[in-house]
Design a protein around this ligand. Structure first.
Ligand code: ZN
Length: 293
């Protein structure tokens, strides 16, 4: 596995950062969902952000979900990560095709258009924490930057990138999240802002330098950057025939009975990884007995 996240600080802890290379996990998502290039870019960006935000969680059992509901032709995206940066996700319309933007790029902003971003953190409390902001550009990185500022009051710079090969497989993917601590000095903030303004893009940095370490050096190398750990990240779905069966059981006796009456085996797809599970009429009869309502 080549994908990983680095975490560290700079400027005597006034800055903390997360940076990731995610080519393999985005390519895995592309293959599982058979996404079009613009859908691969959108999902890849959100998966990359999700993995980094998952790695921010403190407890092993914490789960973070990023959900975008939008009016554009992609329809919406959902990404979930655990604290080990094992991430999964899907888009509502993986087949969406759009002409390139005026800059000749995949037009993720058009694919999403107007909408809302919801961040749900399930950190073992009775009710999960949830924050919601409207989309600023639909380009995802800017939308998350705005989310951190508006919902969590943390000045943050988010950059995400997915670059495709000519055959539409994923060539580069990655990103970073840089956050200013509350005690950050004006001088530090100004210096970082200047560096970020000069920074070309995540994918051009990865294309040139290959690693998130080098990418962060470009930004924070002369600001006392310290990397304190490295964590693998991957596309991972925890579904199984048994878990999906429980979801079918939860629809209720009436529904299961009508499936049995149809007399045909059923197929259920996991949204997150697109695995198909098959249940025979015999399975359905057993599930009917387990259903409580
Ligand atoms: Zn699954």
């Amino acid at each position: 596995m080549n994908d990983y996240i680095i975490r560290g600080t700079a400027a005597d802890d006034q800055i903390r950062f997360f940076a990731a290379s995610t080519r393999e996990l985005v390519e895995t998502a592309r293959q599982k969902h058979n996404t079009s290039p613009v859908a691969t870019a959108a999902l890849g960006r959100l998966l990359t952000a999700g993995a980094m935000m998952g790695s921010m969680c403190k407890n092993d059992s914490d789960v973070i979900t990023l959900q975008i509901q939008c009016s554009g032709p992609i329809g919406g995206l959902t990404v979930t990560s655990d604290s080990k940066a094992r991430v999964k996700g899907y888009v509502n319309h993986p087949e969406v095709m759009l002409p390139p933007s005026s800059a000749g790029k995949l037009d993720v902003g058009k694919a999403l258009d107007l909408g809302v971003l919801t961040v749900i953190k399930d950190i073992g409390l009775k009710e999960p924490y949830s924050g919601q902001t409207h989309l600023v550009s639909g380009e995802i990185a800017e939308d998350l930057t705005y989310y951190f500022a508006a919902s969590e009051q943390i000045p943050t710079s988010v950059a995400l990138g997915v670059l495709m090969n000519k055959d539409n497989t994923v060539r580069q993917a990655g990103g970073f999240i840089i956050q200013m601590m509350p005690f950050a000095e004006e001088e530090t903030i100004a210096k970082l802002e200047k560096k970020i303004a000069q920074f070309q893009s995540v994918t051009s940095s990865l294309e040139k330098e290959h690693t998130p370490e080098k990418m962060m050096e470009e930004l924070l190398g002369d600001m006392g950057m310290k990397i304190y750990d490295t964590m693998p990240t991957q596309f991972y779905c925890n579904c199984s025939k048994e878990r999906v069966e429980q979801a079918v059981i939860s629809v209720g006796k009436k529904e299961i009975q009508s499936m049995i009456d149809e007399g045909e085996p059923i197929e259920v797809n996991c949204h997150f990884c697109n695995t198909h599970y098959h249940y025979s009429v015999e399975d359905l009869k057993r599930m009917l007995e387990e259903a409580v309502r």
